[in-house]
Structures are given as structure tokens and as C-alpha cells.
Write a new protein. Structure first.
Length: 606
């Protein structure tokens, strides 16, 4: 089987939630505590309702999908998690049979009335049905719908009509064969569908009685089979997890590449250790880069993705700074399988549309934007220019592919605007629309220092084209909600891969995803046709050729301005053992250890 998956969204939950008592208060023994800061707020912890990266980090440690990524293997390898083995896949890539290991239990919760609750195949199927249930408004539904699970879309449609999803009704493509076996059937071949079994948001084991009991509280009541459980939650501020005492025996192992010295050393040091190795995880939300960086330097965070403002200080020219190296701090720099984009709302009367003059406006904005200046001044070298929506480390990515989406040519941009009638008719220095009406671009943004830097950069680029712009500040969840409903004109955001299949990036232009991941509301039948065609094909040159055509359609219509693929510069204190960023997996807390004595020796506290 091959390897793949996606991410970003918004929702609600309690302002503060406390569950039980920390283990330290019960045992009095020193704890191994991993501390980490998110640069943006979470949205909640119901797998069906979230798709943002930071909520996904949390739920991936509480809930478990049938499969997981080998933490040390590069390139990525998929292994069983709650599954007894890899799925059985039919020769036509339409039928996937998954067998779950007996003897896996949910964390203790009052819902279970003091009785052990064993994970069954029905729990994984229940979560898939929740993604289809319109009640939960799952942002994951468009990608699952496009996979063509037989009968699932019809079940959703019936629920939309009746107001209630029938979880007990037979669905041809979603069947529980016995207590520990379920089967998924697709209408069309999908060679990479099996990668969905690594995604806890789609196929987590979720107990139906928990959802029924907590209903509207479910975003703050995650009950899973994973290595950690939620202890407390203060929205957009602090999240605390602790070791799940009912977690089964699982031991450290992996299959690193023979030439990966760092991973080989980690395996030699940790192999056979019982997981998880840390007792507690304390997550804070620190949106501003300076306090987040200072928090790391003060030992209040164990690792940090170096904020852009401090890359030249921490990792000049991609090397760890001598002052940090003396403290035992280590750097790992990798290219992230992501893409930073600015979307243009194709339904907006000013920036959208498919007529030549509207296409010319978007192409001129893209050509007039100097990505190299962004990389130098804002990214501090921590990004490479992108030329399409397909990121590195995914199938179909071609480092030699070059396009207008990644080019800077201000003279050509101005010529396009002049040719298609975007002229300064009243002499005020700003261009008007071809019909003489005012031309004001509106870019949605947030309030962080980084966002302000981007706003300044955008203003310089657009001023140079004589295009007037204003910035509308909002919170990320609010902007995401407005973007999905078509209320924003322009917005910059990023997408990270959850696997090596670029499907989620190609789906950014799928018309069926309007209102979901297709923020640009791009709608071209030829693009949809190519998407459906490539989805049924195995990896290889023929599929890559279709992906190339989809990339070219983005270049032609410019629904998105692609900026780049980011480098990640992670620095870690010497007491953090075994950490390394996986390009796709989010569940790394169970794979790391903390040397408490070393932490005390270095900073005088545990």
C-alpha cells in the first residue's frame, strides 16, 4: 500500500475545562512534562468538527486511527495502529477491509459506568458516519464525498431531508463484518484511499455512547483509546494532557533509513521503551513570535519552530547559532510539504470571474508580487518559491516545473492592467475598473506581528502597481468561516500535507469543495474532470501528466497566488529526547522523552 492525507478551520467550546487531577498530585513523584507552544489557537477536540493543524495535534494523541506513520522512517511508511495488519485491498482498488486488534480499550469515563469499554470495528465506522452527518458540519466531508464511498452521500442526503442521520441503517459501502472487522467499498477505483486510515479525524475510534451523552459539549469532551487524555483546557490559552492510565502496552520501535544516522541513534537509545514516555503535556497558545521565542530561551518550552523574526539570530544560513549550540540546543531544518497561497474569491464581483479582464487583474496582481522579497524580508530565507499548488514530498511534485504563478515581472503586470482597461482616469494615482468604477482591493488579515509584516509587504507591491488596498483585521476562525461562505475578497493562508498524496491540494480547485477547502470558489468543469480522472489512477507518469494539466489551469485562471513552500527550523533543548518533525504525522508526543535531571541541571527546575 502507498502513503498519504490534509489541514485548517473553526468552531466553539468551553472557555475553561478541567477534568480530574494531574498525576503529580496523586503520586507525588517527579513528572516528565513536555512543554510546547502553538502559534495559533485551537478550535476544539471533536475529530469530526476540526481540521485546523493545532486541534489535530491534540486529537491525534487522544484518538487513534487504524493506521499510523512510522515515526522514524523517511520516506514515509505506514504501519498498523489499532488495526491488526494493513488493510486488505481488492485488485480493483474499490474494496478495503480493515481488521481491528482485540483488547484495545477506551480511557475511563463516567459514560462507561466503571466498566472497561473495548474498541470495536463499529467505533471506527461510527466516526466515518459522523463526518457524513450534516449535523456536525464536518469540514472533512467534501474530501470524503469525493472518494465515492458507496451509499454514504445518499445517507447524508436522506439526513438532510429528515433532519436526522440514521446511524443504524445499512450503507452498502460502509459495513461492519464482525466485531473487529469493517469494510469500505468505493464506486470507483481509488489507489490511495487507504491513506485515509491514518487520519484520526476521519477514522478515529469514537464511542457512540460518548457522543450521545455529551452532544453539544463534545468539542471539549474527547474520549479515545490513545496514549493521552485531556486534563484541562482554557480556550486559546492552555491545554493539558496526561498519560492515559488505561493505554495498552506499546513499545518504541521504527524502521529508519540505513543512512539516517540521527534516526538510527534515536532507535538504538529508545527501542523497547514503553509508550508514552512522558507523563504530561502542557500546551500553551502564544501567537506573538517574540514571547514565544523568549519562552523557549527561558526553558519554558522544550522545542520551537523558530519564529521568522529570529531565524537570522537562531539559525543563520541554516546552521545553529554558536551561542545556542553552546547551550546544547540542536537545530533540525526540513522542507515542509505545504504551500502558502493567497486566494481570490472567484464569485466576488470585483476580483472574481472568468472574463479576460478579470483574469488579467488576478494575473497582474500575481506577477506584480515579489515573492523573493517576501522570502528575504518576511520569511528570513525560510521558504522556497512555489510555482503550483502541489508541494514537495507529494506525488506529482516536479522541482523543475516553473510557471507564471511563481514569477515576478512588474513591467508585465502593469502592461496587463493597461491593456485590459485598469487605468487611472481621474488622476488621483490609483487605477479604476475598466468601466470607470472605483477599484479597491480588500485583503483579510489577522492582528499578529507577522500579519502586519505581510500587510506592509502587500501594500508596497500593490502601491507599485497603482492598485489601492485596505486590510480588514479579524480572528483566524472568523476569517475562515467568512472565507468558506464567500464573504472575503482576498486572504493569505497555508495548507500542510497529511500524506504524500497531493489530493487535498488538487481539491483546492474542485467545485464540489466550494464552501469547504475550495476557498477561491473556483468552478471549472475541465478541472473537475481532470481531478476525478487522476483520482482513479495509480501513481506514475500518466497520473502526473494529468496533475500537470491541473496545475496549468490554475496558472491560466489564477484563482490562487501561490507564494512558497516553507522550511521548518526546529530548535530543541538538550533534555528533549527523540524529537523530530514528521512530514505528515501529528502524533509525536508518545515518541519523545524528557531527561528531567538534565533539565534541572540546565535551568534549575523540572
Amino acid at each position: 500500500m502507498k502513503r498519504r492525507a490534509l489541514l485548517q478551520a473553526g468552531m466553539a467550546g468551553p472557555a475553561a475545562l478541567v477534568i480530574g487531577r494531574p498525576a503529580a498530585a496523586q503520586t507525588g513523584t517527579p513528572q516528565k512534562v513536555f512543554r510546547w507552544a502553538f502559534p495559533a489557537a485551537e478550535t476544539g477536540f471533536d475529530p469530526a468538527q476540526i481540521s485546523d493543524l493545532y486541534s489535530n495535534y491534540v486529537i491525534s494523541h487522544i484518538f487513534e486511527a487504524p493506521l499510523q506513520y512510522d515515526y522514524l522512517a523517511r520516506p514515509a511508511i505506514i504501519r498498523p495502529r489499532t488495526a491488526a495488519a494493513l488493510p486488505e485491498i481488492s485488485a480493483d482498488f474499490r474494496t478495503f477491509t480493515v481488521r481491528i486488534r482485540p483488547g484495545i480499550f477506551f480511557q475511563d469515563d463516567p459514560v462507561f459506568q466503571g466498566k472497561p469499554r473495548e474498541l470495536t470495528a463499529a467505533d471506527h465506522v461510527f466516526q466515518l458516519k459522523r463526518v457524513a452527518d450534516p449535523r456536525w458540519k464536518s469540514p472533512l466531508w467534501p474530501s470524503i464525498e469525493s472518494s465515492g464511498i458507496v451509499g454514504l452521500a445518499q445517507a447524508r442526503k436522506a439526513a438532510q431531508g429528515s433532519g436526522r442521520f440514521d446511524y443504524d441503517a445499512e450503507i452498502e459501502g460502509v459495513r461492519v463484518l464482525d466485531r473487529f472487522t469493517f469494510q469500505i467499498r468505493l464506486a470507483d477505483p481509488s489507489p490511495r484511499f487507504g491513506e485515509n486510515f491514518t487520519d484520526a479525524r476521519v477514522f478515529a475510534g469514537v464511542a457512540r455512547e460518548v457522543v450521545d451523552a455529551y452532544e453539544k459539549e463534545i468539542m471539549g469532551k474527547p474520549v479515545g483509546t490513545g496514549p493521552f487524555r485531556l486534563v484541562s483546557w482554557t480556550r486559546a490559552s492552555r491545554i493539558v494532557l496526561e498519560r492515559n492510565p488505561t493505554f495498552r502496552d506499546e513499545f518504541y520501535d521504527g524502521e529508519p533509513a540505513a543512512d539516517d544516522a540521527r534516526a538510527q541513534a534515536t532507535l538504538a537509545r529508545l527501542k523497547g521503551r514503553k509508550l508514552p514516555m512522558v507523563d504530561r503535556v502542557e500546551l500553551s497558545v502564544i501567537e506573538e513570535s517574540q514571547p514565544r521565542w523568549l519562552s523557549f530561551l527561558n526553558g519554558q518550552q522544550d522545542t520551537v519552530n523558530v519564529p521568522l523574526d529570529f531565524i537570522n539570530i537562531a539559525a543563520p544560513n541554516g546552521k545553529i547559532a554558536p551561542a545556542l549550540e553552546k547551550k546544547g540546543i540542536e537545530l533540525e531544518r526540513i522542507i515542509n510539504p505545504d504551500v502558502v497561497v493567497t486566494f481570490f474569491n472567484m464569485d466576488h464581483p470585483l476580483i472574481g470571474g472568468y472574463s479576460p479582464e478579470k483574469v488579467a487583474l488576478r494575473r497582474a496582481i500575481s506577477l506584480g508580487y515579489n515573492t523573493e522579497e517576501e522570502i528575504r524580508l518576511v520569511r528570513r530565507g525560510a521558504m522556497m518559491t512555489a510555482h503550483s499548488q502541489v508541494p514537495p514530498l507529494t506525488q506529482g511534485y516536479d522541482p523543475k516545473f516553473a510557471s507564471e504563478m511563481g514569477q515576478f515581472d512588474r513591467a508585465r503586470a502593469k502592461a496587463l492592467l493597461d491593456t485590459y482597461g485598469y487605468l487611472d482616469r481621474d488622476g488621483d494615482g490609483w487605477r479604476e475598473n475598466p468601466d470607470g468604477s472605483p477599484l479597491l482591493l480588500e485583503i483579510a488579515t489577522e492582528s499578529s506581528q507577522l500579519d502586519r509584516a505581510f500587510n506592509e509587504l502587500w501594500k508596497r507591491q500593490l502601491d507599485a502597481l497603482n492598485l489601492r488596498v485596505q486590510f480588514n483585521v479579524g480572528q483566524w476562525p472568523e476569517n475562515a468561516k467568512n472565507a468558506r461562505s464567500g464573504k472575503l475578497m482576498i486572504w493569505l493562508l497555508s495548507w500542510s500535507a497529511g500524506g504524500s498524496d497531493p489530493d487535498s491540494f488538487l481539491a483546492l480547485g474542485l467545485s464540489r469543495n466550494i464552501g469547504g477547502s475550495n476557498f477561491a470558489r473556483f468552478n471549472r468543469p475541465e478541472y473537475d474532470r481532470l481531478y476525478d480522472q487522476q483520482k482513479q489512477m495509480p501513481d506514475g507518469p500518466e497520473r502526473n501528466a494529468l496533475i500537470r494539466e491541473m496545475q496549468r489551469l490554475f496558472v491560466v485562471y489564477m484563482p490562487y497566488k501561490v507564494h512558497g513552500h516553507r522550511f521548518v527550523n526546529d530548535v530543541s533543548h538538550p533534555w528533549l529526547i527523540g524529537y523530530r518533525r514528521h512530514p505528515f504525522a501529528r502524533d509525536f508526543f508518545k515518541w519523545i522523552d524528557i531527561d528531567v535531571d538534565e533539565r534541572v541541571r540546565r535551568i534549575g527546575r523540572a
